[in-house]
Design a protein around this ligand. Structure first.
Ligand code: PMP
Length: 412
């Protein structure tokens, strides 16, 4: 069998060649980057687009008459238009944010000003990232709302029974992660959206981990809000998207206020700008917003079926390898799973493991992965997590497994 992994129309060598960072050495060894759930690496087209922006275009957007400002505005609005099309949304429904975290906080803050009354319930799941727990918790404390938690089973699947039994006319909003960063679980988001809507609840989907593994059409999904980050989708950090249904965004008050989000200001009264600008106060991350579309275009051009097959091959191979390690327990064995392998090893601390792996140039993440309640649910402090992306190879997985096996033997 050829380990250098050519699967259908997908050539991993060709993909790898587009990521210059993959040529670097770490501790004298070729980098094996398995921390993709934390952030992805950037292809050359993205790096070039950043350079091009600052070499040719840099100017503040929207209010300028001069050429650079007009070009910057066109490029940024073009990026919005492209991302809207990719998502199946209207451009007025696509708001540039600093990332998933800010997208959630925007919705929490804005809906918090009018949508809830004391005693209303918000439903999240046991596998949420802190970004989809803490903002709701703060809101619940402020408004006297009840935060309820959908249970998961031992394998890390969402319990639809637990969801349905807690869903009621009191549920005003369901906020659910599409794909878990700590377990890899892919949730039945469409079912949850449809059931929640029947009960009269709004739905926010945290798409941070989903977007780098396939296309999501927000119109088909029908969620009221969908949030994600550029940096997990081969783009720059500090940039993200909040999709919101137009009729909701129209009703929602601004999140932050200041320049850009206004129509007219006097000392007596301010009127707000139209969508999406009502939610974009201040000078945006212009370069990031422009380059975000380059990253999405890069990903969109791949054969997504082949990407999925490749990532599943990586996950399968890694899973088969680690199952041979004595005392290793995989955390997250959901029926529907993305290319995330989280595990604990009896008698070995995950931080020591990661430190040893780093000496071989292997980057994995350890700890609670910003999901402390989930770790508690499994009775553990944290895991070691290898998360695979399009540019990872089976050779890298084999190398990782060999070094992991040796490291565990040494540390025991
Ligand atoms: N939700 C999930 C599922 C995530 O994996 C992350 C990032 N680890 C976030 C939310 C927060 O994303 P960001 O830090 O880009 O705002």
């Amino acid at each position: 069998m050829n380990n250098s992994t050519t699967i259908s129309r997908f050539d991993v060598a060709d993909i790898r060649a587009q990521f210059p960072i993959l040529n670097r050495l770490v501790k004298g060894k070729p980098l094996v980057y398995f921390d993709n759930a934390a952030t992805t690496q950037k292809p050359q087209v993205v790096i070039d687009a950043i350079k091009h922006y600052y070499s040719h275009t840099n100017a503040n957007v929207h209010r300028g008459i001069h050429t650079l400002s007009e070009e910057g505005t066109l490029a940024m609005e073009g990026s919005r238009e492209y991302i809207a099309q990719y998502l199946g949304a209207k451009r007025s429904e696509v708001i540039f944010t600093r990332g998933t975290t800010e997208g959630i906080n925007l919705v929490v803050h804005s809906l918090g000003l009018f949508h809830f009354k004391k005693g209303d319930e918000i439903l999240i799941s046991a596998m949420e990232h802190h970004a989809n727990i803490v903002p709701w918790q703060i809101l619940c404390n402020r408004l006297g709302l009840v935060l309820k938690v959908i249970d998961i089973n031992e394998k890390g699947d969402l319990c639809l029974d637990s969801f349905r039994s807690q869903l009621s006319h009191k549920t005003k909003l369901v906020s659910l992660v599409h794909t878990s960063n700590a377990l890899g679980t892919i949730n039945p988001v469409k079912t949850v959206v449809d059931d929640a809507h029947k009960a009269g609840a709004l739905v926010l989907i945290d798409g941070a981990q989903a977007m780098a593994h396939g296309k999501v059409n927000v119109r088909e999904l029908d969620a009221d809000f969908f949030v994600f980050s550029s940096h997990k989708l081969f783009g720059p950090t500090g940039v993200g998207i909040l999709f919101g249904k137009e009729q909701l965004l129209e009703q929602m008050p601004p999140y932050q206020s200041g320049g850009e989000m206004i129509a007219e200001v006097s000392f007596e009264k301010t009127t707000y700008n139209e969508l999406p600008y009502k939610f974009e106060a201040g000078t945006p991350h212009i370069e990031g917003n422009i380059v975000f579309a380059e990253a999405v275009k890069w990903f969109a051009a791949l054969d997504h079926q082949a990407v999925h097959a490749h990532e599943m091959a990586l996950l399968r191979r890694a899973t088969e390898h680690v199952l041979h390690i004595d005392g290793l327990r995989i955390i997250g064995e959901a029926a529907e799973k993305t290319s995330v392998l989280s595990f604990v090893v009896e008698g070995v601390h995950h931080q020591d493991l990661a430190l040893f792996l780093d000496t071989h140039g292997i980057a994995v993440r350890t700890g609670h992965h910003c999901t402390q309640p989930l770790m508690k649910r499994f009775g553990i402090e944290g895991t070691t997590r290898a998360s695979f992306s399009v540019y990872n190879s089976l050779d890298e997985v084999d190398f990782f497994a060999e070094k992991l096996q040796k490291t565990v033997a040494i540390l025991r």
